[in-house]
Design a protein around this ligand. Structure first.
Ligand SMILES: *Cc1c(COP(=O)(O)O)cnc(C)c1O
Length: 380
C-alpha cells in the first residue's frame, strides 16, 4: 500500500527526546522549545516565534492578539481548512469569504479589494501548498483600512514571497507542525510575531494571561494575572521531536522538491494533452513542495481516478470543501458566488508526497495515472 503520507521520524529524534526527558523539565518553554524558537527566529528575519500546540491554536492566539470583537469583519479564502475560519468565528467575527484565483487555490486579491472596508479588522491569506499569496496588494489594502494581516502559513515553512519567508510578512504568521506537514512533531504549531508592540502581549496570552515569561527573565518581581490568555505551549518532549526535523530542514525540503519536480515532469504530457491541470507557481513565489496536486476536468473524473488508484493500492485524497457553502456557514453567507473555490473543491486531487517516498513508489503512482488516461508510462 502506498499511503498518502508517512510521517518522517528520524532515529536521532529518540536521542533528543531522551535528553528532554532526562533534563527533568518536560513542560513547555524548556530547552528544546527555546532552541527551536531561536533557530527559526534567526532563519526567518528575527521575528519572535512562539511554539504552540498546533497551527489551530496559533491562529486562535493571533485572533486574540488582533482584539477581534463581535461583528468585526475578517476576510479569508473560502478554500481553506476550517481552523483558519474557526479562530475568528470563536471571537464572534463576521467572516467574509473570498474566491480563489482561476488558476490557483490561493485567494484572489482582486476579490479582497471588493469587500475590504473600514469594518475589516483582519485579512487572512492562506498560502496553499506553500505557494505565496500575492502579498503586496494584501498588505497595501490592510494598511489603507487599518486592518491586521494574519498569514495562515500552516503549509508554508521555508517558502518565500519575493525572497521573504512566508509567515513573516503580515503582523502574525501561523505555522503547523502536524505530521502531514513538511516539518512536524506529531501535533504542533508556531506563531511568528512581526512587530515589537505585539510581542509582550503575545507572551502573556501564551502563558495563560500571566506575565510569567517576563518574570523568568527577571523583569518583574512576581507574576500574576494581567490579561486574558490560555495554555498554548507544547511539552518540551514535542519540541525535542521538532528539533530533530528542524536540524534537517534544508535536506527535507530538497528531497520534497525533487519528488515534486519528478511528478511535474512525468505528468506534464497529460497536461499538454488537456487531460488535467498541474500546480502553477507565480513568479513572485518560491514554494516548498508541500503538496503535489492535480486538477481534474470534473468531480466524476476525480472519483474515477481515486478509485483507479485505490485498486492499485495507492491512496490519493482531496480536500477543502468551500467553507462559504459548508453546513455551518451556508445560511450566513451573503450569496457571492465562488466558482473557483468550488471547482478546486470538486476537482483537486492530492498525490502521495512525503520525505521517505521512494522513487520506485512514486514511479508506480505515475504509471497508474498514465494508465488511467490510457498512455504507456515511461517509468512503469
Ligand atoms: C494543517 C492546516 C491547519 C491546521 O494545522 P494544525 O497544526 O493541525 O492545527 C490550518 N490551516 C491550514 C491551511 C492547514 O493546512
Amino acid at each position: 500500500m502506498i499511503p498518502f503520507n508517512r510521517p518522517f521520524l528520524p532515529d536521532r529524534a529518540i536521542g533528543y527526546i531522551a535528553e528532554a526527558y532526562r533534563s527533568g523539565k518536560v513542560s513547555g518553554d524548556g530547552l528544546f522549545t527555546k532552541r527551536c524558537e531561536a533557530f527559526l527566529s534567526a532563519r526567518y528575519g528575527s521575528r519572535r516565534m512562539l511554539l504552540t500546540t498546533s497551527c489551530t491554536t496559533a491562529l486562535e492566539l493571533a485572533s486574540l492578539l488582533c482584539r477581534i470583537q463581535p461583528g468585526d469583519e475578517v476576510i479569508l479564502p473560502s478554500f481553506t481548512f476550517v481552523s483558519t475560519a474557526n479562530a475568528f468565528a470563536l471571537r464572534g467575527a463576521k467572516l467574509v469569504f473570498v474566491d480563489s484565483l482561476p488558476d490557483h487555490p490561493n485567494m484572489d486579491p482582486a476579490r479582497v479589494a471588493e469587500v475590504v472596508s473600514p469594518k475589516t479588522r483582519a485579512i487572512v491569506p492562506v498560502h496553499y501548498a506553500g505557494v505565496a499569496v500575492d502579498m503586496n496588494p494584501i498588505l497595501q489594502m490592510a494598511r489603507e483600512v487599518g486592518a491586521l494581516v494574519v498569514e495562515d502559513a500552516a503549509q508554508a515553512i521555508e517558502a518565500r514571497y519575493q525572497g521573504m519567508p512566508l509567515g513573516t510578512l503580515g503582523d502574525f504568521g501561523a505555522f503547523s507542525f502536524h505530521e502531514t506537514k513538511n516539518i512536524h512533531c506529531g501535533e504542533g504549531g508556531m506563531l511568528a510575531i512581526r512587530d515589537a508592540e505585539h510581542v509582550g502581549r503575545a507572551e502573556i496570552l501564551w502563558e495563560k494571561g500571566t506575565n510569567r515569561s517576563a518574570f523568568f527573565r527577571g523583569e518583574t518581581a512576581k507574576y500574576g494575572w494581567v490579561d486574558v490568555g490560555s495554555s498554548f505551549l507544547p511539552s518540551d518532549i514535542l519540541a525535542a521531536l521538532l528539533w530533530s526535523q528542524l536540524e534537517a530542514v534544508q535536506a527535507i525540503t530538497a528531497r520534497r522538491f525533487r519528488l515534486w519536480e519528478r511528478y511535474f515532469d512525468a505528468l506534464e504530457p497529460l497536461r499538454r494533452a488537456g487531460c488535467l491541470e498541474l500546480p502553477t507557481v507565480p513568479p513572485f513565489a518560491s514554494h516548498n513542495s508541500h503538496c503535489f496536486y492535480l486538477v481534474l476536468p470534473d468531480e466524476r473524473a476525480r472519483s474515477q481516478l481515486i478509485e483507479h488508484l485505490k485498486r492499485r493500492d495507492i491512496l490519493a485524497v482531496f480536500h477543502y470543501q468551500s467553507l462559504h457553502a459548508s453546513a455551518y456557514f451556508a445560511d450566513k453567507h451573503d450569496g457571492r458566488l465562488m466558482p473557483h473555490a468550488d471547482r478546486f473543491s470538486d476537482c483537486l486531487l492530492r498525490l502521495p508526497l512525503f520525505h521517505d517516498f521512494r522513487d520506485e513508489e512514486q514511479d508506480r503512482v505515475i504509471g497508474a495515472i498514465h494508465g488511467f488516461f490510457g498512455i504507456e508510462s515511461r517509468s512503469a
